[in-house]
Design a protein around this ligand. Structure first.
Ligand SMILES: Cc1cc2nc3c(=O)[nH]c(=O)nc-3n(C[C@H](O)[C@H](O)[C@H](O)COP(=O)(O)OP(=O)(O)OC[C@H]3O[C@@H](n4cnc5c(N)ncnc54)[C@H](O)[C@@H]3O)c2cc1C
Length: 561
């Protein structure tokens, strides 16, 4: 079994937060089980360096690999044992007893057949980025990290076919060579294509659907029905749409074909507004601009609007102020709060915000003061950019954080209901009334509908639009358990309001911890039962995965009928 050369960042499936798992870090890098010695210290170091270079930070992508000697029944793919895993923020961590990494389609099929015979859990994992640890299961996991080839680009048909372990960034890079790109993508692009689409992730733009809609055909390996080749317009198009967003429970996606669009340049404009102005302009913004997102800043009247559209030929951007000038309010606040803060001239906006917040992150008044400073920063940051869409669409997400993002209907593209604006006004009132230490920003984005029944943006009606709202609390080691508690109570307000607005949650962010207690859990299940056809989904799970090799606690608890 030959191992491929270490593809950069791909080992993120085994990734964890080194700082949070110190005991494993050293041991993991030096102790590798005799039967699986593919990665050397040098390879891990190389990986860590690449992660650092990509700017995702060690908090997100440091590799830890701990092993214990335990008897393993050898199947067609030798697993790594006792692998420490974590999501990007280090808020969900566990040790996977076994991590299987097939290196060919044949190995993958043999592995799934063997796992079925042995009743070995093989929960599929992508880059393990989902904030809720959706992919994680301690009993056994399967990573497609070694199956990440670009199979073909069809320039005429504007499609790309890749193995399921290919990362979004890798796909974008390949497409650029052919003058193509993806229609939309998320704030980061390190997800594997299967992980990204299985959760029905999204970018922003009320005329652009969730990312699963890019898939036109796919191969999926199932224990119940063998390997299926499904197409949007094929005889199994219904099954195709169910499997496209399957949360990893319907089979292991091994290959996908995605539709692409010609590469294009975006003209982005950032400006600040008030809720009164926004109410007047909101429908126009959604209908006019290709991409629209808002950042609501709690405890202030400021809403940051970021809109972009295809750049007109010869257009020139109205540049923003120099960075030094924009950062001045944060530098001033930090020096005032902590005169001994040292040299902060090299710090960027997110670093300065973090240094301010960490000083008293659960004190609502303190957080409000930081938020007010952030509003000043954004007022000074108004301006424009023109660049390739791949350079414009991603954005800074801040440091380690707790997050809960929902998705709710807000009318049609022809007639937006403004429920999205009402939602935010109500949420801001709750934050202020309850004295919640709510950090900025609260991101609000939009998509059109998905035709995948398990997408949070599923609708049978073309023209329906959905808003996605994410609340966050940055987490720092110093106060991590208390921050978790406080975030739970913040998240519960978001949950209650989501139900009121007929919404559901991003599959990569829904978390049973925000629905603890029998009443809250029952309310969640009722909500999911109303939003999705869980009977059909359950029947498909039984048929495709009769022994439940792929489900985990989250999917089994939330989605059982
Ligand atoms: C910093 C940050 C920013 C983010 N920004 C956004 C954003 O802007 N928009 C957005 O929508 N989301 C965003 N997310 C969430 C992220 O895009 C999703 O959670 C995405 O699903 C993660 O992809 P992954 O490859 O890490 O998948 P994982 O988390 O590893 O897995 C996700 C799901 O896919 C399944 N899966 C993985 N591979 C396979 C396979 N081969 N076959 C079958 N099932 C599989 C898993 O079982 C699991 O159910 C962000 C997350 C972070 C940490």
């Amino acid at each position: 079994m030959m191992s491929k050369a270490l593809p950069h960042l791909v080992r993120a499936t085994r990734v964890v937060v080194a700082g949070r798992l110190p005991a494993c870090h050293g041991a993991g890098l030096s102790v590798t089980p005799a039967h699986h010695s593919k990665k050397t210290f040098q390879e891990w170091s190389e990986f860590l360096a690449v992660a650092g270079l990509l700017g995702v930070g060690l908090a997100g992508f440091s590799g830890v690999h701990c092993s214990t000697q335990q008897p393993v029944e050898l199947g067609p793919v030798e697993p790594e044992l006792s692998v420490e895993m974590s999501n990007w923020s280090g808020t969900q961590t566990l040790t996977a007893d076994r991590l299987f990494t097939p290196e060919s389609q044949q190995e993958l099929e043999e592995l799934v057949a063997w796992a079925s015979e042995k009743q070995q859990k093989v929960r599929p994992v992508g880059t393990a980025l989902s904030p809720n640890g959706l992919a994680l299961d301690s009993r056994g996991m399967l990573s497609m990290v070694q199956l990440d080839d670009v199979v073909r680009v069809d320039v005429e048909k504007q499609t790309i076919t890749v193995q399921a372990g290919a990362r979004v960034s890798q796909i974008l890079e390949e497409l650029q060579k052919h003058g193509l790109t993806l229609e939309n993508f998320s704030s980061i692009t390190e997800q594997q294509i299967a992980g990204w689409t299985q959760t029905s992730a999204h970018g922003t733009g009320a005329r652009i659907p969730t990312v699963d809609e890019m898939i036109t055909s796919m191969s999926v390996v199932t224990p119940g029905q063998g390997t299926l080749k499904l197409e949007a317009n094929g005889p199994d198009s219904d099954l195709f749409r169910w499997v496209r967003v399957g949360l990893g429970t319907l089979g292991v996606v091994s290959e996908v074909t995605l539709k692409c669009i010609p590469r294009y340049t975006l003209h982005e404009r950032t400006y600040c507004t008030s809720v009164e102005e926004l109410r007047k302009n909101h429908a126009y913004l959604l209908q006019t601009y290709r991409h629209v997102r808002y950042m609501w800043i709690p405890n202030t009247d400021t809403i940051v609007v970021v809109v972009s559209d295809v750049a007109a030929p010869g257009a020139t951007p109205k540049a923003a102020r120099p960075e030094g000038e924009r950062l001045e309010p944060f530098r001033k606040l930090l020096r005032q709060l902590n005169p001994d803060c040292g040299d902060i001239e090299g710090d960027n906006f997110a670093q300065l915000r973090e240094k301010c917040l960490v000083m008293d992150t659960l004190n609502a008044q303190h957080v409000a003061q930081v938020n007010q400073t952030e509003a000043e920063f954004w007022h000074l940051s108004e301006g424009e950019r023109i660049d390739d869409s791949t350079a414009i669409l991603g954005f800074e997400c801040g440091g380690s954080q707790w997050v809960l993002e929902n998705c709710f209907p807000c009318g049609t593209i022809d007639k937006p209901s403004l429920a999205d604006i009402d939602y935010m006004v109500e949420m801001k009132e709750t934050i202020e009334r309850e004295g919640i230490a709510a950090a900025s920003p609260i991101e609000q984005r939009w998509t059109s509908r998905s035709t995948s029944p398990m997408s949070p943006a599923y609708s049978a009606q073309a023209g329906d639009i959905f808003s996605w709202v994410g609340v966050i609390m940055y987490t720092f080691d110093e106060a991590a358990p208390e921050i978790k508690e406080r975030f739970r109570s913040y998240a519960e307000h978001h949950v209650d309001q989501t139900f009121k607005y007929g919404g559901a949650f991003h599959w990569g962010k829904i978390d049973l911890d925000f629905h603890s207690g029998s009443q809250r859990l029952a309310a969640l299940r009722q909500n999911l039962g109303r939003r999705y056809d869980l009977e059909t989904f359950g029947a498909l799970r039984k048929s495709l995965d009769p022994k439940n090799l792929f489900g985990n606690k989250l999917t089994d608890t939330a989605l059982s009928v």
